[in-house]
Design a binder for this molecule. Structure first.
Ligand SMILES: [Fe+2]
Length: 256
C-alpha cells in the first residue's frame, strides 16, 4: 500500500498539484492540517484536498484561525499595513469552504500494512515534539485505540514545517512530512516536501514546483502598498530570491 503523507499546504495549490502528480497511483492521502493561510489559493487547495476519495484529513491551527477571522468579519475592514494573507484568504473563501475547515477533526487514526497511525497537526500548542517513550504512550492512549504489543505505532505531525522521522523505540516513531508549501526563515530550500510510506517503509521526498503565481501576488500587493510588510517579506523569501525573511522591500520595481 502506498500512503502519501502531506501537511501545511497553506493555500499553495501549485505545490500540491505537483506532489499529487509526482506520486500518482497512491492508495491513501493523509494531510496533517494547515490547508490555508500564507498562500493565495485557499479555495482551489480545499477543493483539491476534498477531491481525493477516502483521504485522512485533520485540522491545523491556521485552519481554525481562519474560521475565527471569517466568523468575526474583521477581514472586510482590514486595509493597508493591517492587511494579512489570512484576510486575503477569507475574502476568497465562501461559507462552504469555512464549514469544511471547521468540521475537520483534530486527530484521526488508521491502520496500513500492519502499522497503526495517529494523525494530529501539532503535539502541543507550541513547536515542541514527543521526546520520550513515556510521553509517546501517554499521547497515544489519549487519542488513539490501544495497539497490541509489538505492533508499530507511528504518529504523524505537521506544524513545524521540518521534515523528519524520529524513532523513540523499535516500534514507536513520529513522522513530520514537512510543508508542501514553504520552510522556516533559517531554511532556504524551495521544494514541496512530503513523505511516502510504502508497505510501512517511510521515504521523505521533495519536488520542485512553480511558485511564480505566489510571488506575483506578493508583488501586486507591494505595488499597491496594500499588505503588512512582514507578510510580504516572508513571501519574497519563501517564494522568491530574498536572502532572508526580513530583507528590505524594494518598493519601486518589486524586483526580487
Ligand atoms: Fe503550517
Amino acid at each position: 500500500m502506498k500512503v502519501l503523507v502531506i501537511s501545511d499546504v497553506h493555500s499553495n495549490v501549485w505545490a500540491l498539484r505537483e506532489v499529487l502528480r509526482a506520486e500518482q497511483g497512491f492508495d491513501l492521502l493523509v494531510c496533517a492540517g494547515d490547508y490555508v493561510d500564507y498562500g493565495i489559493a485557499p479555495k482551489e487547495t480545499i477543493a483539491l484536498a476534498r477531491s481525493v476519495p477516502g483521504a485522512v484529513l485533520v485540522q491545523g491551527n491556521h485552519d481554525k484561525l481562519l474560521t475565527e477571522i471569517y466568523d468575526s468579519g474583521e477581514y472586510r475592514t482590514k486595509k493597508g499595513h493591517d492587511f494579512k494573507w489570512s484576510h486575503d484568504n477569507c475574502l476568497k473563501m465562501d461559507g462552504e469552504d469555512i464549514e469544511f475547515l471547521r468540521a475537520l477533526p483534530i486527530h484521526q487514526s488508521f491502520e496500513a500494512d500492519g502499522v497503526r497511525y495517529l494523525v494530529q497537526h501539532q503535539y502541543k500548542s507550541d513547536y515542541s515534539t514527543v521526546e520520550c517513550r513515556f510521553l509517546f504512550d501517554q499521547f497515544w492512549a489519549e487519542h488513539a485505540p490501544a495497539a497490541p504489543d509489538g505492533v508499530r505505532r507511528c504518529m504523524i505531525f505537521g506544524h513545524s514545517h521540518r521534515q523528519a522521522v524520529h524513532w523513540l523505540s523499535g516500534d514507536r516513531l513520529w513522522l513530520n512530512p514537512g510543508s508542501v508549501s514553504y520552510r522556516r526563515p533559517d531554511d532556504p530550500e524551495k521544494t514541496a516536501q512530503y513523505a511516502v510510506i510504502e508497505n510501512g517503509e517511510i521515504s521523505l521526498r521533495q519536488v520542485p514546483y512553480d511558485a511564480s503565481a505566489q510571488l506575483a501576488a506578493a508583488k501586486e500587493y507591494l505595488a499597491k502598498d496594500a499588505m503588512m510588510e512582514t507578510e510580504l517579506q516572508d513571501f519574497f523569501f519563501f517564494f522568491g530570491n530574498a536572502k532572508t525573511s526580513r530583507d528590505p522591500l524594494v518598493r519601486k520595481e518589486s524586483s526580487k
